[in-house]
Every structure is written in C-alpha cells, then in structure tokens.
Design a protein around this ligand. Structure first.
Ligand code: IMP
Ligand code: MG
Length: 177
C-alpha cells in the first residue's frame, strides 16, 4: 500500500507496543475514576479504537469534530466546532484523545472550551507530538512519539482525506492533490 511518495516513520508494530504502554499508564492513573475518552474526529479514531481496547478500567467514549485546517497541510489558525459531544462532561474525568499536536491551536481551544463545562479533571493523550511547531504553550499528559517537523499520514491521519487507512505512520514526501 505504501508507495514511493511516502516513507514509513513508525510501523504498526511499534505503534501497537506504544499504545499498550500508554494504556497501561492510563489504566493505573484512572483506577476508581470516572473516565471519559473524548476523541477528536476524524484523525484520532484509529488511535482511540486501539487505545480503548488496551485500557483495563471502565470508560465511556464520546466524539467531537473541530476544524483547524482547511483541506491541505497548513494551519488556518481558526478553530470551529463541527460536531459537539453527545453527553455532559460535568464532574467526569475527561481524557482528550488526539492523533497529533502540531501548532497546539486546536487543543488549546478545545481545552478552554471543555474546561468551561466543569469536568472533574481534564488531561490529554496524543499519539504524536511535533514540539518544534508549537505556536501556543500546551503539553500532553501522555504522548506516544515525538516526531520531527514532517507531514505524516496513516493510522488515521490524512492528507486531503486520503491515506487514513494505512496501518503505519508514514512521512508524505510529495504533496499532489
Ligand atoms: P494543531 O492545531 O496545529 O495542533 O493541529 C492539530 C491537527 O492538525 C491534528 O489533529 C491533525 O488533524 C492535523 N495535523 C497536524 N499535523 C499533521 C500531520 O503531519 N499530518 C496530518 N494531520 C496533521
Ligand atoms: Mg486531529
């Protein structure tokens, strides 16, 4: 499936190992709590579906869709809610599940928005982090991999809605339409 326009950065095997480790830490930290995983659509769905199966404490899931990018690879800086949560998060232990933190604009907006709904706690787990690209100060509580400033696709991540189904995380080398 992976062709000459991309290079594998993280194999699915490496990802699975890391997701298992993240889930172990989360299971330990959320013992006896009221865990709600808030998945940021669409990029984080693959990560969520693996992560939730490795977590050993009771949990709920809900979904939110926000747009920070247009259709391409660069940020617009504008964040809009396209789909809100179905349930109240008041007094719940909310863990935001993200695919990647880039500028941090999306998450900083999301955190501010969710905090105004009075959760008992609010933390962030991200599979990938590109710390070099940060525009606002935000740090994930759990992070899978720090990666260099390259555009990646696969394992849920897209370029123009393509390549989400690749099992590995790959660097996109050519940006056509
Ligand atoms: P931020 O607001 O700049 O932190 O961007 C966060 C969102 O941008 C992520 O949730 C992704 O959907 C998208 N994004 C950022 N970097 C990449 C990338 O390298 N590949 C695919 N999507 C990305
Ligand atoms: Mg995303």
């Amino acid at each position: 499936m992976v062709d000459g326009r991309m290079r594998v950065l993280l194999s699915n095997k490496e990802i699975q190992k890391k997701v298992g480790e993240l889930a172990e830490a989360i299971s330990r930290d959320y013992e006896g709590k009221d865990l709600l995983l808030v998945c940021v659509l669409k990029g984080a769905v693959v990560f969520l579906s693996d992560l939730m199966r490795y977590i050993k404490v009771p949990l709920g899931i809900d979904f939110m869709a926000v747009s920070s990018y247009g259709s391409g690879a660069s940020t617009s800086g504008v964040v809009r809610i396209l789909k809100d949560l179905d349930m109240s998060i008041e007094n719940r232990d909310v863990l935001i599940v993200e695919d990647i933190i880039d500028s941090g604009l999306t998450l900083s907006y999301l955190c501010e928005n969710l905090l105004s709904r009075n959760p008992k706690s609010l933390k962030i787990v991200t599979l990938l982090d590109k710390p070099e690209r940060r525009k606002v100060q935000i740090r994930p509580d759990y992070c899978g991999f720090k990666i260099p400033d390259e555009f990646v696709v696969g394992y849920g991540l897209d370029y123009n809605e393509k390549h989400r189904n690749y099992p590995d995380v790959c660097v996109l080398l050519e940006f056509d339409s």
